[in-house]
Design a protein around this ligand. Sequence first.
Ligand SMILES: Nc1ncnc2c1ncn2[C@@H]1O[C@H](COP(=O)(O)OP(=O)(O)OP(=O)(O)O)[C@@H](O)[C@H]1O
Ligand SMILES: [Mg+2]
Length: 585
Amino acid sequence: MSEKKESFTYYLKLLYPFIKKDIGLLLFGLFAMLITSGLRLLHPLILAQIIDHSIPDRNMAQMFQYGGYFVIVVLLSGLLSYLQILLLSRLGIKIITKFKGNVFSHLLKLPVSWFNKQPVGELIARVESDSERVKVLFSDLSITIIGNVLFFIGGFIVLFILQWQITIYILPAIIICAVGYWFLFKYLNGFFRLIRERYAVISAKITDYVQGIQMLQALNQEKKALKDVEQASLSKKKVEVHTQMIEYGSQSVFSFMVNVVFIIIVILVSAPKIIAGTLTVGILIVFIQYIYQLVWPLMQISENVMQIQRSFASLKRILELTKLPTEDELYTGTLHPVFEQEIRFENVWFGYKEDEWVLKDVSLTIPKGKKIALVGPSGSGKTTTVSLLCGFYPVQKGRILIDGIPLSEINFREWRRKIGLILQDVYLFPGSILENVRVYNDQIEEAKVQEAISIVQLNEFIKKLPEGINSELAERGQNISQGEKQLISFARALAFESEIIIMDEATASIDPQTEAKIQHSMQNLLAGKTALVVAHRLTSVLDADEILYFNEGRITARGKHSELLNNSPEYRKLVELQMLQVQDE
Ligand SMILES: Nc1ncnc2c1ncn2[C@@H]1O[C@H](COP(=O)(O)OP(=O)(O)OP(=O)(O)O)[C@@H](O)[C@H]1O
Ligand SMILES: [Mg+2]
């Protein structure tokens, strides 16, 4: 990712759509900040009045009057800054929620091929942490930085008006301090980045190890994992300790500068004037108070500016995601799909990478109402064929025709609505069995889900669960068996009443009892429907209208089971292998 510097207005333009609606609130927040900064400047000035006039004049009434003003100003500025923080941070949360929603809804529209190239865990972590950094832009960060700048400018103007002769002496000292602080932070920033990177490494390691905990325990490698994480933690700790030493050490130096050096300068310069009677003690107090109040904001500004740079970098990274072309923009057509006759693959070539053909010149026909089976060795392109038919990837050569219309001209979303897809790895969402069958589609009634469940013979299994159909499934369905997962995915396809069933059978072996159950459910599922079945089990191909034998991306044999058994040695071999297995069982 390029780290090119973009102008401030560029980012404002990007952000504008998100803040458009709340621009009034934002401006009000800024206005309140202006007032607060002004009020903060007033405190020392009121004190100076009391010290220089009320006390020497022994004017008690005036003293109480100024005292009253002081209290009002303090209360008012406190109230305003509370309001301001409340307002802006609420706005920040609101804007960032909208922002994240936008990013997520855009991600959902990206083509499957994009996710193939993306480590998902890292992507999610990035969106999360980047959003948090962007949020800071709208809340504390902008409040402090704008408030600090305003206060700083105002403070200097007041000091200049009061006593420019003293002000010019402290100005260089403050500038030296600020520049020093800026460089220090720039230097520290490198360490901060290193700490963040090391932290990311540690959390990635922990995630991986926790996910594979079963394997680790089975192979007795927990200690190795622990050692690995400890090593990573140690290298982060070293950098952290070093950084903190520099950070806190230099902060003590700066704090000494402010508390001692600056105050001494002011007193040295002003003492002769006070003795000569050209300066009052009240003004001296204003100076001392202002210095305390001005220097820290100035230091903070360098820190804040770097934070803002980081926030902008995050903003850019996230917005780059939202600019990726969606599936619709890339290759979805507009035609309404009509499927009355047949699906045809015409000399289809496809590769996930340029010039690495996974499918080579594949032609096949799926007539409406028929069942076509794909068989063949692992990696021969069966799942790929299924993905192409669902429109997950565009074909590179040849065409896929639906009743003679190229799939590329058809609206994918409408096309997929006709398809019930049962994938090789069944994916279960966190939630109840009910929600997993209807995949959050409320239009599918519970009764229909129940019916689907009884058709796939999951009734008994569900009856045993404490909350029946509403029982929660663990993450990725870890609390149920492979066979049960398969059956739930059948129920899914049934509940959606899809007219075309595309099924990629699980490769995992299943016990003969479940196998029989699945077989029976499959017949129910496919009855009267058009089906494309990637078959790993012999029983699934026996009744197919046509079997296509895939080998290295080509269809090398086709026909009914009995025909292939006679004509194709490779098919016969496959069948014989399975027969052996059946006999074993
Ligand atoms: N998302 C992907 N990105 C890149 N290459 C892929 C991807 N998916 C599959 N491939 C490659 O394409 C080839 C065909 O894979 P495919 O999944 O279609 O095989 P398959 O016939 O379904 O095998 P199996 O019987 O093991 O499920 C393989 O060489 C595989 O490595
Ligand atoms: Mg496959």
